[in-house]
Design a protein around this ligand. Structure first.
Ligand code: FES
Length: 575
């Protein structure tokens, strides 16, 4: 078995001395024969399986199919666990631990006798965490997503993860449905393995994996329980062995062109705003200087081509049956909007992979000429309220609010919001702008998904279903509304958001990319002089490290000392 350069794993297993005995002997306790250690590429199957993360709870099965593929191709598979981040189970927010999990991945990959890695990713933060860690280690790596759940069904109609939780909880608060109906819908929504089946953050990030070229074509949309998901896992296991032989390290795939492809794809799928933060963080791990301006520049002129929740009607299962992401990528290539020469994990270019991708349902995946929503990429906002930027997802917003000036109603914290929002004495009407502070990376801490604030009950009763909401928080990818997010600098870092007061006028003008607070520079300076920074959110442990080192949203909210990569040089002996 020949390779261009010696296998990294041979620094462990190829030694004919005391250390070689240690390295081989202890693994032989599972019955691996001697020839297993003699030149087979060792493939780590990096598994985020966890019963605490329901979206990844089927990953043992996927790992087995990857293992078959690695064995098919003559590799030596070794599965290992890393932190798993369950979006709905972790508090205060899984995002607090994304960077920690990325450290776990990077260090595990570097410390062990691995030549290549298969990254098993599903629930929202597991995908960026694994990509960030793998990028900093920079071995040959291939992504395999766990796949979305089957579509939710309740009372004979389709319901989508997150999206219908939000709408049904608003209906419950408005008295339009009963608590019994609410409970019954829960099991109907989550009726199979897999991650959220709307185009939320998990499906968006699975699409980003495919658009970046890190996975085999088709990875984004195959349902978790479809046999073809296991087939893709097996093919990925075979392919990673070849990638090791070709020395196709991750940094050869994660180029600037790949990120530009991902940004345009993000616009074309009406993807989650969370992808902005994650792509910025992943890019900075491989030295690609991606900025919010790239999202602004590249998103322009790209139409949303998929009629998927939360912006539209259909779900990921429908997307797969319609042809999946390859159809979107082909359409963008035909428009000259993708770098078709970008290299992908299967060794072929993006253009070669998608040029014949057929579309089976033009209702679900529209043409570029008659798009689902024109010009719907994530918009970047700037102004005296967000000097370093903020984001909004126009495809999920109300057109009549896209250029609006309103009176600020300010909440100093999430607790303040929850305490006050349903108080009928709250001085608020539908024209107001709801402002939430101290929910950014340092402030919450972890930048929670609380930006799509619940609307006041008294306004829900009047039939109001959307208002402008502004915060330094994030928003679930399954959510919708005219919601301005990721305001930077955040309030806890002394950003102007901290200085907003009840009654201030705020203008949102999405077309002009403007977010303006109608308070003079002099008044803002006076408010700043009187501003008292909040006490640090933690005094010990990982959270202290996080708060002291986390970067702002416009820089990917990574830890400052994790930016960049250290590679996978073989570490020193441990004896
Ligand atoms: Fe895991 Fe939505 S909660 S993907």
């Amino acid at each position: 078995m020949s390779t261009k350069k010696p296998l990294r794993s041979q620094a462990w297993f190829g030694r004919q001395d005391k250390m070689g005995f240690y390295y081989r002997s202890f693994l032989k306790n599972r019955g691996f024969p001697q020839d297993q250690f003699e030149g087979r590429p060792v493939i780590g199957i990096c598994n985020t399986w966890s019963e605490l993360n329901p979206c990844n709870s089927h990953f043992r099965t996927i790992a087995e199919h990857v293992r078959y593929g690695v064995l098919d191709a003559g590799g030596f598979p070794l599965e290992f666990p890393v932190s798993s981040l369950g979006e709905v189970t972790m508090r205060p927010t899984a995002m607090l631990y994304r960077n920690l999990a990325s450290m776990d991945v990077e260090e595990a990959v570097r410390a062990h006798p691995l030549d290549g890695v298969v990254l098993l990713m599903g629930c929202d933060k597991t995908t960026p965490a694994l990509l960030m860690g793998a990028a900093s280690a920079d071995l040959p790596s291939i992504g395999v997503s766990g796949g979305p759940q089957l579509r939710g069904v309740y009372q004979g109609r389709t319901i989508g993860s997150g999206t219908n939780i939000i709408s049904m909880s608003e209906q419950l608060r408005a008295g339009e449905i009963t608590l019994e109906e609410f409970h019954e819908a829960e099991a109907g929504m989550n009726r199979s393995s897999g991650h959220c089946m709307t185009m939320g953050t998990a499906s968006t990030m699975a699409s980003m994996v495919e658009a970046l070229g890190v996975s085999l074509p088709g990875n984004a949309a195959i349902p978790a329980v479809d046999a073809r998901r296991n087939e893709l896992a097996r093919f990925s296991g075979r392919r990673i062995v070849e990638m090791v032989r070709e020395d196709l390290v991750l940094s050869k795939i994660l180029t600037r062109e790949a990120f530009e492809n991902a940004i345009r794809t993000l616009a074309a799928i009406g993807g989650s705003t969370n992808a902005v933060v994650h792509l910025l963080a992943i890019a900075r791990r491989v030295g690609v200087d991606l900025t919010l301006d790239d999202f602004d520049r590249l998103g322009k002129g790209v139409h949303c081509l998929v009629d998927l929740m939360p912006s539209g009607r259909f779900l990921m299962e429908d997307f797969y049956y319609a042809g999946g992401l390859p159809v979107v990528l082909r359409t963008l290539v035909e428009q000259g909007l993708l770098h078709e020469q970008a290299l992908t994990a299967n060794g072929r270019t993006m253009g070669e992979n998608v040029k014949t991708a057929p579309c089976w349902n033009t209702e679900v995946i529209t043409s570029f000429e008659a798009p689902f929503k024109p010009e719907a990429g994530i918009a970047i906002l700037r102004g005296n309220l967000a000097p370093d930027g903020a984001v909004i997802k126009p495809s999920a917003a109300s057109p009549e609010l896209m250029n609006h000036t309103g009176r600020a109603v300010v909440f100093e914290s999430v607790e303040d919001l929850h305490h006050a929002v349903d108080d009928d004495s709250l001085d608020i009407d539908a024209s107001c702008v709801m402002v939430l502070k101290y929910c950014g990376p340092k402030g919450y801490p972890g930048m929670a998904e609380v930006g799509n604030m619940p609307l006041p009950q008294k306004l829900l009763r009047e039939g109001v279903r959307d208002m402008i909401r502004i915060s330094d928080a994030r928003m679930s990818g399954t959510a919708y509304g005219t919601v301005v997010l990721h305001v930077a600098p955040e309030a806890a870092a002394g950003g102007p958001l901290a200085l907003v007061r009840n009654g201030d006028l705020i203008t949102l003008d999405v077309a002009a990319g403007r977010l303006h607070l109608h308070v003079s520079d002099e008044d803002l300076a006076a408010r700043r002089a009187a501003w008292v920074p909040p006490a640090p959110a933690a005094t010990r442990g990982y959270t202290k490290l996080y708060v002291e080192h986390v970067l702002q949203a416009n820089e990917g909210a990574d830890l400052d000392f994790l930016v960049g990569r250290s590679g996978a040089a073989v570490p020193r002996d441990n004896h």
